[in-house]
Ligand binder design. Structure first.
Ligand SMILES: Cc1ncc(COP(=O)(O)O)c(C=O)c1O
Length: 460
């Protein structure tokens, strides 16, 4: 499952003791495991090999450049949802034809940069970034669109650039994938995608457009999803839609089924990739035989178990019948528990013999429950509530497991807490991927005030 293991009472990330990393780099600290990421990519690819899908890692799950570079080296394309994520994918060395660009509200500037690297916001900073010229990078493989209005903007920008944009229309299939309300994205009432009738109408209206090629469809049902059924329903609806638009004259060459496959937050919670693949492939095979390339956008399932967050206990106190373990990071470093009620297994990184967790179940008989909370001034600032932890004291370090996806990317500086550092364990080698945010960087943008000059013609 992953390469974080206790050896003689010390948590190891691959071959490196977590306490040595925490000593060297301080906490809060995200530690990723190269081998875990790599294993997940390999197993994911093997499960779906028969249909040879385009695998586009969802950058939003963990967007550290060092992580992206390694995933690109492992052959992954990238799924991006903003202009800056696009630049990250490019800086990580991802070929642009393996990039899909989703997102419900792309700006014209983002569309422009996706279609033509001369409009990259980094164009003048390539020297600082030790990067090549983005002008040479070419357009993204597919731009996903989620409304008629946005498709019209893509068409206008592509016309301005003199190119033909390859577009996929995101279908809202009206399927409830059963994820948290905030992360379920495929129901009719959700903001994402367009209904099937509108998707078909857009295909018809843009069929002969000189600057837009409707290559296919995109769907993303939500996350995390723990069984194949919602995907099967979606494939059936998409197949009906493809049959319909092809009978009306649009040729479909691309079908992107998004991401969403769960990660093992609790031991044994998620079936293996093969369970999803074996259910989906028989339905996808006929489409592939018709010339449709399938794309998949896994994020969480690649990175969640490939990362832990290490925090340090600052204080322990008991009140109101509860034991509070107050740490140096909480919702600012990992917001999933506060935002989604998500459960992460937490355990000290150094324990007495006999207290090594045999597996990562939340009950530990004889061990008193506690709330693991952070320093942020919110009652909603916690990493876990009512979990079982052995006695801990000031200075002990805890590992929050399954934190590699939607951890650092959702971290904030609320309460002026600097962003955590990120490191990678690769066998017995450790790499600092990003240092802790310096205090100066938090404060500097507000040091200087400057007058806003408003051109005379737009003054009231
Ligand atoms: C369009 C799209 N694709 C892929 C993903 C990745 O989902 P997951 O990390 O659950 O695989 C998301 C997540 O929000 C998404 O919005």
């Amino acid at each position: 499952m992953d390469h974080f293991h206790y050896i003689s009472g010390r948590l190891h990330a691959e071959g490196i003791a977590a306490d040595t990393l925490a000593d060297a780099l301080g906490t809060p600290l995200y530690v990723y495991s190269q081998r875990t990421m790599h294993d997940h990519v390999t197993r994911f690819r093997a499960a779906f090999a028969e249909i040879d899908p385009l695998l586009c890692y969802a950058v939003k799950a963990c967007s550290n450049l060092g992580i992206l570079r390694r995933l690109v080296e492992a052959g992954m394309g990238m799924d991006v949802v903003s202009g800056i994520e696009l630049e990250r994918a490019w800086l990580a060395g991802c070929p642009m034809d393996k990039v899909v660009f989703a997102g419900v509200g792309k700006s014209d500037d983002e569309i422009r940069a996706a279609l033509d690297g001369r409009h990259s916001p980094l164009r003048d900073r390539t020297g600082d970034l030790n990067a090549g010229d983005p002008a040479a990078r070419g357009p993204v493989g597919v731009l996903n669109t989620e409304s008629r209005s946005e498709l019209e903007r893509i068409a206008a920008v592509a016309a301005e650039l003199g190119i033909r944009a390859r577009v996929a229309i995101r279908l809202n299939p009206d399927i409830d994938a059963g994820a948290h309300d905030h992360t379920t994205t495929g129901r009719a009432g959700d903001k994402f995608g367009v209904p099937a009738d509108l998707a078909a109408a857009l295909c018809a209206d843009f069929r002969a457009h000189p600057h837009v090629e409707i290559a296919g469809f995109h769907v993303h049902l939500g996350s995390p999803i723990y069984k194949p059924d919602p995907y099967l329903q979606a494939i059936d609806r998409l197949t009906t839609l493809i049959d319909r638009v092809e009978s009306e004259g649009t040729t479909i060459t691309h079908l992107d089924l998004g991401g969403g496959i769960g990660a093992d937050y609790e031991t044994g919670q998620t079936p293996p990739f093969s369970t999803f693949a074996e259910a989906m492939i028989p339905r996808l095979r006929p489409l592939v035989a018709r010339g449709v390339r399938i794309a998949l956008e896994p994020g969480r399932t690649i990175m969640a178990n490939a990362g832990v967050l290490i925090v340090t206990v600052r204080h322990v106190k008991r009140q109101g019948g509860r034991r509070f373990v107050i740490c140096d990071a909480g919702m600012n470093a990992l917001i999933r528990p506060s935002l989604y009620g998500a459960k992460h297994f937490i355990w000290p990184i150094q324990v007495e013999p006999g207290l090594e967790p045999a597996d990562r179940r939340f009950e530990a008989p004889g061990v008193e429950p506690c709330d693991v909370v952070g320093p942020v001034c919110e009652s909603g600032d916690f990493l876990a509530r009512g979990i079982h932890l052995p006695e801990v004291q000031r200075g002990d370090r805890l590992a929050v497991f399954t934190a590699g996806a939607y951890g650092m990317t959702m971290a904030s500086t609320y309460n002026d807490q600097p962003l955590p550092a990120e490191a990678l364990a690769d066998a017995d080698r450790a790499v600092l991927l990003r240092p802790r945010q310096p205090a100066f960087d938090l404060i500097a943008p507000g040091l200087a005030e400057s007058a806003v000059s408003i051109p005379a013609e737009i003054r009231a």
